[in-house]
Write a protein that binds this ligand. Structure first.
Ligand code: SIN
Length: 197
């Protein structure tokens, strides 16, 4: 069996039944789940989680790249004092089947505390791809990450589209994210240079 198949987390996520008895629960989205909402939800609200930083450290072999030339997508990395801004969606457990399939390349369901404007807090589920999953790529310089994003294309489209949509969505939320905005600038610079090649 290939290591990529080992990255398939559907079975492990199905066995995670923390929210199974809940009629509704909060899902915290911090990457494509913010801007590509292809699942039903009851309401959505901007939210933050503390102690996690958004990083383009996860490989994408299935959506924004291929097994031979993976792209890079975001995951969360534990980081004391960090604040990750995203969007919380109230969903029903019926939506897990779709989400587990969509996030199957290394992401596991994790329970975190989400904080809403005004300070109210709720437990929320978040999909995180940890350093022990086979698709994990880990840190690299922003120049290298931007170059890889600029090259990669997968069944869901060009990797740069994922980055640019995410940067736009974060701007709409009024979010701060030096890592994402630096990558956005680098990819746009590379795109401008490509016009003159
Ligand atoms: C998320 O958006 O919350 C998870 C990562 C992704 O699907 O891009």
């Amino acid at each position: 069996m290939s290591t990529l198949m080992d990255a398939d987390t559907i079975a492990r996520n199905r066995a995670m039944n923390y929210f199974a008895s809940h009629e509704r629960l909060w899902l915290f989205g911090y990457g494509s789940l913010i801007y590509k909402v292809d699942f039903p939800f009851l309401q959505r609200r901007p939210a933050i989680i503390r102690g996690w930083a958004r990083r383009f450290w996860q490989g994408s072999h299935d959506h924004r790249g291929t097994p031979a030339a993976p792209g890079r997508v975001v995951t969360l990395v534990e980081s004391a004092g960090a604040v990750c801004q995203g969007m919380a969606f109230e969903i029903t457990p019926a939506v897990f089947e779709h989400l587990d399939h969509r996030e199957k390349n290394g992401y596991l369901r994790v329970v975190v505390d989400a904080e809403f404007e005004g300070g109210a807090r709720e437990e929320a589920l978040v999909y995180i791809a940890g350093p022990d999953n086979p698709a994990y790529l880990g840190p690299a310089s922003e120049v290298e990450i931007a170059a890889q994003i600029d090259r990669a294309v997968g069944p869901s489209g060009p990797n740069r589209e994922y980055l640019l949509h995410l940067a736009d969505a974060l701007r709409d939320l009024g979010a701060e994210d030096a890592h994402v905005f630096e990558l956005e600038r680098a990819v746009r610079r590379q795109g401008n240079r490509a016009l003159f090649r």
